[in-house]
Design a protein around this ligand. Sequence first.
Ligand code: SF4
Length: 679
Amino acid sequence: MAEKREIPTLCRMCDHGCGILVSVEGGKPVHVRGNPAHPFNKGWICVKGKSALDLFYSPKRLKTPLIRHGGRLREATWDDALSYISVRLQRLKEKWGPQALGIYYGEGVGHQEVRFYMKRFANVYGTPNFMSVGSICNSSRTLGETLTFGGLTKPDVANSRFVIVWGANPLVSHEPVPPKIMRRLGKLNIRLIVIDPRKTETARRADIHLAIKPGTDETLILNMLHVILNEERWDRAFIKKWVNGFETLRAELTKSRFSPETGAAVTGIEPEQARTVARAYAETRPACMFTGNGLEHHPFGVNTARLLAVLKAITGNLDVPGGELFTPKPLIKDITTPMPPSTVQAVGADRFPVFCRVRGEGHALCVSRAILDEKPYPIKGLTITGGNPTLQWPNSRRTREALKKLEFLLVIDVVESPDSRYADVVIPACTFLERDEHRINVYLNLPHVTLRRAVVAPLYGIPDQMVWVKLAHAMGYGEYFPWRSCEEGIDYLLSDLGVSYESLIAEGGIHEYDRRVYKKYETGGFNTPSGKVEIFSARLKNMGYDPSPIRSDVEQDLTGAEETFPLILTTGGNLLPYTHWQFRYIPRLMKMAPGPVLEIHPDTAGQFEISDSDMVEVKTEIGKIQIKARLTKDIRRGTVHMAQGWESSNANMLTSTNDSDPISGFPNLKSLRCQVRKL
Ligand code: SF4
C-alpha cells in the first residue's frame, strides 16, 4: 500500500493563505483540511479551500505552452515557447524601446514572491512599466492611511468589543474572517455594525445594519465625526500628544452642514441611527473597523480612507488590542532593482504620481490609453500573469480593443483565461499545490513568515518564479537570475531573517519573526513628515494637492443624470465560490452560483414592471448588457447590484475610468448611474 503523509502548506484559492494540510498518497494529493496549527484560520477553511483538489485535477488546466500560428493557438514545447517569447521581446525592445513593454500581474498569482521576480525582470529588461492588480485593489486604503498616519492598519476583530464592517462582506469575500470569530460577535456584549447597501451574509448577523446609498460613505463619516466632535467624545490624551490639525478639523466639522440631519438626504441613513453608531463607536473601547473595496471603488476612495483614518485615530483606537494594528513587515531582501531604474516615467505617473511613487510601479488602468492613444507614449507589448483584464478592468470594450492592438501579448495562467483569446503565447502556470513560496502575513495581523510548499511535483507547467527565471535566461539575463529553484530563491530572500527553506519546513511552515508590541508610535512616532497623525497631509500638500480631507463639493456627489439614469448600480460584490473570475470552471463551485443575476428590490422592480427571473437590460453611459433579474429585499431601494467576473453578463462593460479617484486612479465601480428595462 502506498504511504500516505500529510504535508502542511497554504491555500491559495484566494490571497489569504490559510494553513492547510494536504494528504498525499502514491505521489498524488488525495485530501485537504484546515491546519489547526495555523495562527489565522486554526483549522477552518472555506468552500474554495475545500475545492483545492478540484483545481489540481481540473481537465481545464493548460498542459503545454501555446503559440499562435495562422490565427490559432497551437501546442508547443517549453523550449520553443521560451525561445519564441525571447525573440519577440527582443524585437519589441529594439523597435520601440524597453518602456514599450508592460509587465502585469493579477490576483491569481498572489501578491508576494513572484512579483519580486517579475519586477526584477522588468528592471533588467529596462521598462518602468511593472504593474499590478494594486491599481484596482486595496491601494486606496493603503494610501489613505499612509498619508494620515504612515502605514496601513488592520482591525483586531478577534479582541475587539465593537466592530464596524464597512463596504466589506468577510463571511463571503476575501479578506475573510473565520466564522468562529464572527460568531463571537453579538455575544459577550460585542456589537457588530454593518454599513452596506446590501443586506449581505455579514449584515444579517449585525446588531445594526445601515443600508447606505452607494458612494456616500464620506458624508456618513463626516456626520459621525460631527457627532463625536460636538459631543467631545474623543481621546484627549492621544490627540494632545499625537494628532496635528485637530482644532482646525473640529472648527469645521462642528458646523451644522455636517450634521446627520443634513447628511440624511445624501446617505439615506436616519439621523438617529448615524448618531447612535457614532456615539457607540466613540464610547466603546476597543473598537475597530473592517473595511473593503466597497469603500475604495468610488471617485474619492482615498479621501474616504483618510476620513476613516481620522475617525480611528481621534477615538484612540490606533495600535491597541482590539483596535487597529500596525504589523511590521519582516526583513525580506529587495531583489527588484539590480540595474539602475529606468529614467522614463512609468505609464500613469503623469496622472497619478502619488500612487506610482508610493507603490513604485506604473498604473495598470492607464495602459489601455498608452496602447490605443499612445499617451504618454506607446505600449506595444504586455505580459499578463494570473490576471484577466478583459473582465476585471473597467471598460472591457476598450480593454479588449487595447489587447487586440498589441504587437505582442503573453498570458501565463493555470487555464486558458478569456484574455488568452488575444495572446500570441500562453504559458501554463502550475497550481499552488505544486509551488514553493514564502508568504508574509501582515494583512492578517500576523508577524509570521509562512511557507506555501509544493506537496507534489508539477503535473504541468513550472512554478511562476521559475517561468521568469527561465525567460530571463532565454533573454541573456541569466547572470541576474542565479536561482535554480524556488527553494534557492526562498533561501536568498529570507537570509536576512536567518530563515531558510529547510528551517521553515522544520518549523511546520510557520515562523514568528516578531512579538506583538502595542502603541509602537510611543517610541518611534508615526511614519509621517511630522511624526504625528496628520489630518491635513503634509505629503499631499508638498505634491500640490489639497491637504484637507474635507472636500468642498462632497455633498454634490451623485447628483445629475438622474432623469436618464434613475438607479444606482453597484458592481463587484464577491461570490463565495469564486475569487474574481477564477474557478468558474470547477463544477462543484459552479453549482453554488451558476450564473449572473442583477439584484433588485421588489419595489424598484415593480416601478419598471420587472418580475423575478425576467431578462433585463442594464445601461450606463458606457455600455449595456443583458442579465437575469433577481428580486430581493436584501438590497436598498433604488440600487441594483451585480457580481463581476461573468463573461456572459460582464459588469465591466458598464464601467469606465472616467471618474477615477484623483490620487489612486481607482475607478468608480460601485456608485454608477444606470437604467434598467425589461426585455
Ligand atoms: S479564505 Fe478560503 S480560499 Fe482563501 S485562503 Fe482561506 S481557505 Fe483558501
